[in-house]
Design a protein around this ligand. Sequence first.
Ligand SMILES: NC(=O)c1ccc[n+]([C@@H]2O[C@H](COP(=O)([O-])OP(=O)(O)OC[C@H]3O[C@@H](n4cnc5c(N)ncnc54)[C@H](OP(=O)(O)O)[C@@H]3O)[C@@H](O)[C@H]2O)c1
Length: 257
Amino acid sequence: MAEAIIRGILAKGVAQKEDVTVGEPAEARRRHLTERYGVATMEENLRACQGAGLVLLAVKPQSLREIFQELQGRLKPSQSVLSIVAGARVKSLAQGLAHPNVIRAMPNTPAQIGAGVSVWTAASEVPKEAVQRARSILRALGEEVYVSDEKLIDMATALSASGPAYVFYFIESLIDAGVYLGMPRDMARTLAVETVLGSAHLVKASGSHPGQLRDKVTSPGGTTIEGLLQLEEGGFKAAVMKAVIAAYKKSLALGEG
Ligand SMILES: NC(=O)c1ccc[n+]([C@@H]2O[C@H](COP(=O)([O-])OP(=O)(O)OC[C@H]3O[C@@H](n4cnc5c(N)ncnc54)[C@H](OP(=O)(O)O)[C@@H]3O)[C@@H](O)[C@H]2O)c1
């Protein structure tokens, strides 16, 4: 995710390579980031943060304790933190860092190609310029949705951050169905991807309820209604809803523990 953010902000001109310094423990990753993007890299996070207006935290939740040990009480009042760490609440980040200026965002993997959606919030202590800076970084990754209620970020973790996995699974299922019927795999892939992409664009562009659009493809006594009956019998909608609800519960549990 950190690499996707670096790529996005450099490509969109939100930052220049001279503005970015990466703290990264692995030598091979440091070399890769410098060679590919021309950004400065350092082994020590505290040194990497020096001079930064905005410190981006993009580690796995289990690495947070280590980060807190390094940075606790060492950030300047003028610095703000933008965290994308799953489950880590603004309050616990502020406590762990002993620093109140915390922005929390939840992007998703299509951010890698500028087609992501990020949901984010900021502590009231964060200066306006840092809030604007965070917004422009997230815009470089795709759409951004600001929320004042942090609970919506846990919900977004389950829906938009885990969501690409569900969509990939649906695409894979369509491809396998085509292959089962005897369609060449490449062709099934093209049809499945374009169908999902086009349908999503149509929902967005029309502003119609997805059910209304579904009705338009579903002729009485036709082929689509036969397929829809199978999805209904297979509990498709309930399975998708339960997947998001289960991911939400896990997100809450991660945040608590
Ligand atoms: N992937 C997603 O779709 C997504 C979406 C939203 C939010 N997030 C969140 O974003 C965070 C990063 O996820 P990811 O998928 O990008 O994970 P990742 O690929 O494992 O990236 C984590 C990076 O942090 C580095 N790191 C580990 N310990 C460190 C330390 N002490 N100091 C500095 N850097 C350290 C890792 O280096 P090494 O490889 O050397 O360990 C790695 O480069 C997670 O909290 C995740 O929940 C991910």
